[in-house]
Ligand binder design. Structure first.
Ligand code: SF4
Length: 384
């Protein structure tokens, strides 16, 4: 396996991978597409150990449910990639996503995995002509669906043999046996525009698909057989020691499988109820109402040369006073890596304090400059 080092951060269409990590403010970032999003507790612990050996020791789960390791160097990225390959199967090619409980969720209308597998197999040659961000979601439309995550092509089960097919912003109802052909035709149309094209670049797409609501992956879920408990990593990140402790706890409960889930979550398959309290004692989020679910924060100056503030420490301090329903982004600097979207309140590290941005992005011009002792008051003051 050869490693392409590194791809530039923020290049249009760029996407960090195990083969081509991305340069960020805190070293090289590698995103691991774990096959099926499934791993044993021992594999999670081993990946965390590799992150400590080759990177900065932090493992992240992204908003889409991918694993990320940061702080790799040009010298360590290749041995890290080889060690990961020896440990666990990694997916390559077109990104075809299914919900984390696909096939096990008793509320899903159809098992999306066979259709997803056929799209993966049929798109092998086409994948080289598609940008790395092009994504197909195949969704059985169960409790933990992927309806809130962006996709170029979204196939959602809506009946025993009917699927809603959304390409870019247009949605049609198709039959199951049409789904592969329709998907490949749309992928070819995207590829024909050029590398870097997305479904939204296709002409004549005008009807907005209706998005169903999904729910938090945090909590208990009944499966066709047994149950699962979902927990989340605070601010999407955890260190090697904590993940190793989680793996030990999981194994002590007889848990043999974790599944990566959107919203920075891990689902423990077959977990007993007291697994949640053990995970909470380690600092993991086990309640969907936990205010940390509404806070994004990067590593800040604790691991990134560009950071001015210890963003995650500040985020943890402010969590208890975050007003209900409000979102907060604490960013080490104006790049806003942890949340490249708007938040109700964004605190941006600056050389001389904390920039306050209301309903904006980390890169926006702050409305005020705050000291460290003014942050709680800024959060609890009326917004606007
Ligand atoms: S936003 Fe955070 S992680 Fe990104 S460059 Fe700035 S300090 Fe580093």
């Amino acid at each position: 396996m050869s490693i392409v080092l590194p791809i530039a951060a923020y290049r249009r269409g760029a996407c960090p991978s195990l083969d081509a990590p991305m340069q960020t403010g805190d070293g090289l970032l590698s995103r691991l597409r774990i096959a099926g999003g499934r791993m044993s507790p021992a594999q999670l612990s081993a990946i965390a150990a590799l992150a400590a050996e080759h990177g900065n020791g932090l493992v992240e789960i992204t908003a889409r449910g991918n694993l990320q390791v940061r702080g790799l160097t040009p010298a360590s990225a290749a041995p890290f990639a080889r060690a990961v390959e020896a440990l666990i199967a990694i997916e390559r090619g077109l990104v075809v996503e299914t919900p984390p409980l696909a096939g096990d969720d008793p509320t899903e209308i159809a098992d999306p995995r066979p259709l997803a597998a056929s799209i993966r197999a049929a798109s092998v040659l086409l994948a080289a002509r598609l940008g790395p961000k092009v994504t197909v979601v195949v969704d059985g439309n169960g409790r933990l669906n992927r309806s809130q995550l962006k996709a170029d092509i979204r196939l959602t089960a809506i009946g025993s043999d009917q699927w809603a097919c959304a390409v870019g912003t247009r949605s049609d109802v198709i039959l199951r046996n049409e789904a592969l052909m329709v998907t490949l035709r749309a992928l070819r149309e995207i590829a024909d525009i050029g590398l870097g094209a997305r479904a939204t670049d296709l002409p004549g797409r005008a009807v907005l698909p209706r998005r169903t609501k999904n729910i938090s992956p945090i909590g208990a879920f009944a499966l066709r057989r047994g149950n699962a408990i979902g927990i989340a990593l605070p601010f999407g990140s955890s260190d090697q020691a904590t993940l190793a402790a989680l793996a030990d706890v999981a194994m002590s409960h007889g848990i043999t499988e974790f599944r990566l889930a959107p919203h920075h979550a891990l689902l423990a398959i077959g977990a007993p109820a007291d697994f949640a309290s053990d995970a909470a004692a380690l600092g993991f989020i086990t309640d969907a109402a936990d205010p940390r679910c509404r806070i994004s924060a990067c590593i800040g100056n604790q691991g990134c040369a560009s950071g001015y503030i210890p963003a995650r420490i500040i985020a943890a301090r402010l969590a208890p006073v975050l007003p209900p329903g409000q979102t907060l982004h604490v960013s080490g600097c104006a790049k806003g890596c942890a949340h490249p979207r708007r938040a109700n309140v964004t605190l941006v590290g600056q050389v001389d304090g904390y920039g306050l941005v209301i309903d904006g992005l980390a890169g926006d011009t702050p409305q005020a400059l705050l000291g460290a002792d003014q942050l709680e008051a800024a959060l609890t003051a009326p917004l606007g």
